[in-house]
Design a protein around this ligand. Structure first.
Ligand code: DX5
Ligand code: ZN
Length: 236
């Protein structure tokens, strides 16, 4: 059983007003914040690192923090970096709730999953569009989430790759109870494809942060995912 989750990608937010932008999407129904970390090596772009995540953690408390009064959210860190092993301890410390590494960036994915979990955060593995889905079959039982990229990682605002949907279908068939995330080009127009394929965690940057009514976009996407999960008997 899994639930519909929408994770706005802060890459599309106004970084000069990050706290405010994040509170706005959380109040509009976002469950997670998707934090895209890029190092200029694994992908041809640089975004943000530990100081920003640590500051944002103060502005957006953990979901488990019962004394907090500010809007809370789960921090979903998408690590588009070389040698992800190097950064697990730092990101766990600065407030990550989940560490998603790229399969292509590591020689020993299972050891990395174990390292991440030893820091008491969730472990997830992402695959780029050119990586076949079967690399995740053996790792799947150890993962909290799999991420099927629906654009080439590196930039927001790209076109959704519908041809990635068979990967999502295959993962959902093998792992009915695993969180399966899609990332890139998701919005009201493309969500039907991702929902139909069985994805339940939806990353959306441009479509949420530039929306006149983010609550409408988020609830539409959650509704589509919920409908599909219900049909499969998997809605939590
Ligand atoms: C791309 C990033 C995505 C990106 C999504 O490398 O991993 O998370 O921010 O942005 P949109 O939703 O605008 O495609
Ligand atoms: Zn991402």
């Amino acid at each position: 059983m899994v639930k519909p989750i929408v994770a706005p990608s802060i890459l599309a937010s106004d970084f000069a007003n990050l706290e405010c932008s994040c509170h706005k999407v959380i109040n509009a129904g976002a469950d997670w914040l998707h934090i895209d970390v890029m190092d200029g090596h694994f992908v041809p772009n640089i975004t943000l690192g530990q100081p920003i995540v640590a500051s944002l953690r103060k502005a957006v408390p953990r979901v488990q923090d019962t004394t907090a009064t500010k809007p809370k959210a789960f921090f979903d860190c998408h690590m588009m970096v070389e040698s992800p092993e190097k950064w697990v301890a730092d990101f766990a410390k600065c407030g990550a709730d989940q560490f998603t590494f790229h399969y292509e960036a590591t020689k020993d994915p299972l050891a990395l999953v174990k390292l991440i979990k030893s820091h008491n955060i969730r472990a997830a593995c992402a695959i780029k569009p050119g990586t076949p889905v079967d690399v995740l079959y053996e790792l799947g039982p150890h993962l909290d989430m799999a991420l099927v990229m629906t654009v080439e990682p590196g930039f927001g605002g790209q076109k959704f790759m519908i041809e990635m949907m068979p990967k999502v279908e295959a993962l959902r068939a093998k792992f009915p109870n695993m969180d399966i995330q899609v990332d890139g080009g998701l919005g009201k127009d493309t969500i039907p494809h991702a929902a139909k394929a069985g994805a339940n965690v939806i990353v959306a940057g441009t479509s949420v942060f530039t929306a006149a009514d983010p609550a409408d976009v988020i609830s539409f996407m959650k509704g589509q995912v919920a409908e599909n999960l219900e049909t499969r008997g998997l809605l939590e």
